[in-house]
Design a protein. Structure first.
Length: 588
């Protein structure tokens, strides 16, 4: 028989050698996985952690609800299915599912003891593609967890599953309530609420949370981070990292059009708006197979040019249809780190752009701007440019959205008294919208990787970790000044002696071009529309007055009768019989 003390020691050693890790939450116990470390700071992954009920059945197109509790131990060693996302309709993703509202958590032994700062990362993908389960574990563990940061990646519903919207007229608004808005944002907020109450169980400090996002994940960051409605008391998160964030939001009318279109294509709506009844439409779409809905979404995107790629300005982060300028003025004060790349979007976006400024005629302005890009033409009957700009301003308006949003959101946060830092990656051989993902999330690494890029890789990871932990990326990095527009230019070339350095005038020409010239263009278009409408109205009034002066007067009818009588009498006098026809004066 094994002595009791030896048995206890043997049991403890077996537990120590186990690859699993148990964590108790308010909802139940989770069993994650262990990545052993020689320094005893073992790393832990907890995947497929439910932060909301599965949005199935009646919960499809509805707000996320708090998850159910469970008994026993729940396996958290493997990723869940990705949320339903855009892909080729010929090869549907077999691991995609509506049951996807889970958060993936990466922690360490040290964090479980001392409580570490937390990053909540929102992925990009135009709100209709990519997922929370696509990132390499080893990169996250090495770059963040080893630096004593708890890293989390929550999922959120994509495409039509997260953006179905039938408008705000009285009938729909009162029946659908909050479901008329983007479910994606509500999912993101629900994930933050889960982090706030549960992250301490995983070694995270709920009072030191940084939200981080890239591309449209960065737009999500703008919506969450600058909202006065979501977290005004700064309890859910305290810092923001936005990377290549376009900061643009979709058109309300296009969201309605796309939603009506897909419901009609799925046979849930007859197409007669006069007889539209929301309840049966929703009931029909909630009873359809999710794969069929996804296939129809892909078809309407590829064949009809209609899509679900942008969240609209509305609940829960702002008043529906409110102005972005006002939205930025009321932001709570949080430390902010914004980053861009040199070229951002270099390929044409097949989708209609969204709002990144308060323009009354955004489509007309964007089309005109892109016409300049394509044709290098300065001619326009509406607006004449009085200034000459360098070729630097001639880039796609999607790129302009990133630079203008970065500058304006940064200035707005500076105005609250917060610490703001801005950088731009210009690393050779080329820096565009996704090329820097290799430095902060481990994707899109080039086949040919240069030593200088490895140096930048190390530097990039360090300042992200420093900002997360201390609120400052480096002691030598000055805070952003909206007047100077100072930023850190990230480039390393050991042969030429180039290292990261501070510069002024962050994309100043293109920012001022949009805030001044393109805003003026928008005003001129509005004025021209007003004049055109006024001219057409004037013609209508003139015609109406003529009608009033003639057809509405009694004398008009008397004059008409007299004219007809005189015309008839004149016709009779001129027309004589044949016998009285004139004959020649000289006869033969």
């Amino acid at each position: 028989m094994i002595p009791r003390t030896q048995f206890v020691c043997l049991l403890l050693s077996l537990i120590e050698l186990s690859d699993s890790k148990l964590v108790k939450t308010s909802y139940g116990t989770l069993e994650g996985s262990t990545v052993w470390s020689e320094d005893k700071n073992h790393k832990y992954t907890f995947k497929s952690v439910p932060f909301a009920k599965p949005p199935l059945g009646k919960l499809r197109f509805a707000l996320p609800e708090v998850p159910d509790t469970w008994h026993g131990i729940r396996d958290a060693s493997n990723y869940s299915a990705a949320c339903m996302s855009k892909q080729s309709k010929r090869r549907p993703n077999e691991v995609a599912s509506e049951d996807c509202l889970y958060i993936n958590i990466f922690s360490s032994e040290r964090c479980l003891v001392k409580k570490c700062p937390v990053i909540v990362y929102y992925h990009g993908g135009a709100f209709h593609s990519n997922s929370a389960v696509m990132f390499p574990d080893d990169f996250i563990l090495e770059r963040y967890v080893s630096e004593d940061i708890v890293f989390t990646i929550p999922a959120f519903r994509l495409g039509v599953f997260g953006q179905l919207y039938f408008g705000r007229n009285n009938q729909l608004k009162e029946n659908l309530l909050h479901s008329t808005y983007s479910h994606s944002i509500f999912d993101a907020v629900r994930a933050l609420e889960y982090v706030n109450t549960e992250i301490a169980n995983f070694g995270g400090d709920p009072n030191r949370v940084t939200i981080m996002g890239h591309s449209t994940g960065g737009t999500m960051i703008d919506a969450l981070g600058f909202s006065q409605l979501i977290d005004p008391e700064i309890k859910l998160f305290q810092q923001i990292i936005g990377l290549s964030a376009p900061g643009d939001f979709g058109y309300e009318e296009l969201a309605v059009e796309s939603s009506l279109f897909i419901s009609k294509k799925l046979g849930c709506f007859s197409g007669n708006l006069m007889d539209f009844d929301l309840a049966p439409v929703l009931n029909c779409m909630r009873n359809m197979n999710a794969i069929d809905i996804l296939k129809m979404q892909i078809q309407m995107t590829e064949e009809d040019g209609m899509n679900f790629t942008r969240i609209i300005k509305g609940a829960p982060f702002m008043e529906l249809g409110g102005k972005l300028s006002e939205f930025k003025k009321t932001t709570p004060s949080r430390s902010l780190l914004f980053g861009t790349t040199e070229h951002e979007f270099v390929f044409a976006d097949p989708y209609i752009a969204g709002h990144f400024l308060d323009l009354e005629n955004p489509t007309a302005v964007y089309k005109y701007f892109d016409n300049i890009v394509m044709n290098q033409s300065w001619s326009c009957i509406v607006f004449t440019f009085k200034n000459t700009f360098s070729a630097g301003i001639f880039m796609k308006h999607d790129s302009a959205a990133v630079f203008v949003s970065t500058a304006t959101y940064s200035e707005a946060m500076v105005n609250t008294g917060a610490d703001v830092f801005v950088f731009e990656t210009t690393q050779k051989p080329f820096s565009a919208h996704v090329t820097d993902m290799q430095y902060f999330i481990g994707l899109h690494r080039e086949v040919v990787h240069y030593p200088d890029m490895d140096l930048l890789d190390y530097f990039y990871s360090k300042f992200l970790a420093n900002f997360t932990k201390y609120g400052c990326p480096s002691p030598l990095w000055p805070k952003y000044d909206p007047v100077r527009m100072n930023y850190l230019k990230l480039e390393i070339d050991t042969e030429l002696g180039i290292t990261p350095k501070m510069e002024d005038n962050f994309n100043r020409k293109i920012v001022e071009f949009w805030l001044n010239d393109m805003v003026q263009l928008d005003r001129n278009i509005s004025e021209q529309k007003t004049k055109t409408i006024g001219s057409e109205r004037s013609k209508e009034l003139q015609l109406s007055n003529e009608n009033f002066r003639l057809y509405k007067q009694r004398w008009f009818y008397a004059a008409t009768i007299i004219f007809c009588v005189m015309f008839f009498m004149l016709f009779k006098l001129l027309k004589k019989p044949k016998s009285d026809e004139c004959k020649p004066l000289i006869s033969h």
